[in-house]
Design a protein around this ligand. Structure first.
Ligand code: ATP
Length: 263
């Protein structure tokens, strides 16, 4: 469905943020991009959806193809027309509009009112929480509800593929589970997904395959199973030691340093 080959991205013509990213997402699968702050995860999604141009960024090398067709020189709206929607980080709802108005905006490519209605009904069926909130002002929804809303708004475009950036960010653990249950449902309906997440545990539970980015490069890739059992991923991204004990990132760093001193 999606193939990136040696993609380089530069911001402001000087900052090389991606230094040759190669990755693939098979149709109907879910792929996770993991990595720490500033690794280049969001930049990868913005390069694919062509929204990078709004931040003075540019794909300066490599190719991006959707269903075999190059998309690295097309506009963001053309990419939506080709069936790919980008759910950006930070739950960007239209705060002064209602839940339903937000959804209608997502359905602007619908060919007519009857089709738009069908799309709305479908979203309310898959995300019943939104049906109850249809007349509520989006700015007053909880973080989890807003995340559901931006996913619902993406569904209104009837995408073949969704790019989704940090869906768990800032959500209570129960809400994280609800959001990922929704993504799992979309996956069973055949929507292909590329998910950027710092919460590697939930991401690897959902995804079939994962890539770990560091400093604009892929440093590790594998099936979710392989990554979840990889010692480095467990320590750095899942925060666990070989004994299965949970650790936070500071402890892991300290633990690593100690291991180095001990040789
Ligand atoms: P985070 O989780 O912190 O968002 P990330 O892995 O998504 O991290 P990116 O946001 O893609 O990382 O950033 C990758 C690199 O590109 C960083 O060095 C960052 O400072 C730089 N960068 C990101 N956005 C811009 C921008 N608009 N202008 C200039 N540099 C940028």
């Amino acid at each position: 469905m999606l193939a990136l080959n040696n993609v380089e991205v530069m911001y402001n013509e000087v900052i090389l943020a991606l230094k040759g990213i190669t990755l693939e997402v098979a149709a109907g699968s879910c792929v996770a991009i993991l990595g720490g702050n500033g690794a280049g995860k969001s930049t990868t999604l913005k390069a694919i959806s062509a929204t990078i141009v709004s931040e003075d960024g540019r794909v300066t090398g490599g190719t991006i193809a959707l269903e075999g067709q190059r998309i690295d020189a097309v506009s963001p709206s053309d990419i939506v027309r080709r069936g790919m929607v980008h759910v950006m980080e930070g739950r960007r709802v239209l705060r002064h509009m209602t839940t339903e108005q937000n959804l209608v905006v997502g359905g602007h490519l619908a060919p007519g009112a009857a089709d738009l209605r069908r799309r709305l009904d479908r979203v309310y069926e898959v995300i019943p929480q939104l049906a109850k909130l249809r007349t509520r002002t989006a700015g007053y929804l909880s973080g989890g509800e807003q995340q559901m809303l931006v996913i619902g708004r993406a569904m209104m475009a009837r995408p073949k593929m969704i790019l989704i950036d940090e869906p768990s960010l800032g959500l209570a653990p129960m809400m994280v589970d609800d959001v990922f249950a929704l993504l799992a449902r979309l996956k069973t309906e055949g929507v292909t997904m590329l998910v950027v997440e710092q919460n590697s545990r939930v991401a690897l539970e959902l995804a079939d395959h994962g890539y770990v980015l560091e400093n604009g490069r892929v440093v590790l890739e594998g099936t979710s199973k392989e990554l979840a059992s990889n010692e480095d991923v467990r320590e750095f991204y899942l925060g666990m030691t070989a004994e299965g004990e949970r650790k936070n990132y500071r402890e892991v760093k300290h633990y690593r340093r100690r291991k180095r001193w001990l040789g």
